[in-house]
Write a protein that binds this ligand. Structure first.
Ligand code: MLT
Length: 263
């Protein structure tokens, strides 16, 4: 055991906690307790879709999970839609987070075009089921150079999601509010990480909003698309470990079993 705060990682759309497998292994080897809750309606065991679906309700759900399972305050990280949730959580429950990690995400609301795209995606989910989402999302989540086995891994995660939960999540994302004005109120250490080949939240967009969080750090992950935690796990793990050991817990000695970063 060491004194790294508990770490909570919130997945993106249309994925589940399996996206964090490489980070969980690495951070546990560092001596941390890592928690990867499913957002309501996501994951292989998702029941009926939640009746109250919004990014703010997702944030409440993750906050309840933190209260039940973690020692507060936690380090809280979010990928893409998970980042929207982390921002909402920080706004409402700031005292329960001691640091934040944002991966391939952004604080703005959907543009009218993005909202229209979600409505089309919902219509496709209703008529063609979850496979429509694979065709739509896979080329945007991974870079063109991602290996067939990575594509297969991501496809497997997407296809086990329930269409009804994905429809609800698309609605929640479409209705979310712009959180840009909240960035300057964030008063905890923050790391912002993004893939250099991300077409959903490109590095220039990420750097643009990251500057609004006082003292935050930016790390660009080379040769990775949007799903950098899966596509370039060593580089993402190295960035998170550096942030924890140098900024969040300076002077901390990693656990003896500390996994060496192979990046
Ligand atoms: C994600 O990766 O979570 C999604 O691309 C986010 C979104 O649909 O806005």
């Amino acid at each position: 055991m060491n004194n790294i705060p508990d770490i909570v990682l919130v997945h993106g759309f249309p994925l589940d906690e399996a996206m964090w497998a490489d980070q969980v292994k690495f951070l546990q080897a560092l001596g941390a307790r890592v928690f990867t809750p499913h957002l309501p309606g996501f994951g292989p065991r998702a029941g009926n879709p939640p009746h109250r679906c919004s990014i703010s309700a997702f944030a409440e759900d993750i906050h309840h999970y933190m209260i039940r399972n973690c020692k507060l305050p936690c380090i809280i990280g979010g990928f893409s839609m998970g980042g929207y949730v982390v921002l909402a959580l920080l706004h409402r429950f700031a005292k329960d987070a001691c640091a934040a990690v944002f991966i391939d995400t952004h604080p703005a609301a959907d543009s009218p075009e993005a909202r229209q795209g979600r409505m089309k995606s919902i219509a496709n989910l209703q008529t063609d089921g979850i496979h429509s989402l694979v065709a739509q999302m896979l080329p945007r989540l991974l870079s063109p150079t991602a290996s067939p086995s990575l594509r297969h891994r991501v496809q497997e995660i997407i296809t086990r999601q329930h269409p009804a939960g994905m429809i609800q999540a698309q609605m929640a994302a479409a209705m979310r509010i712009d959180q840009t004005a909240h960035l300057s109120q964030i008063a905890i250490p923050c790391l912002v990480v993004g893939g250099s080949l991300d077409v959903i939240t490109p590095p220039d967009l990420m750097k643009n909003w990251q500057r609004n969080i006082n003292g935050s750090q930016w790390v660009e992950i080379p040769n990775a698309g949007h799903l950098s935690p899966i596509e370039a796990p060593d580089a993402v793990n190295k960035a998170i470990a550096g942030f924890i050991l140098n900024t969040v817990c300076p002077g901390l000695r990693p656990a003896a079993s500390s996994g060496k970063n192979t990046n």
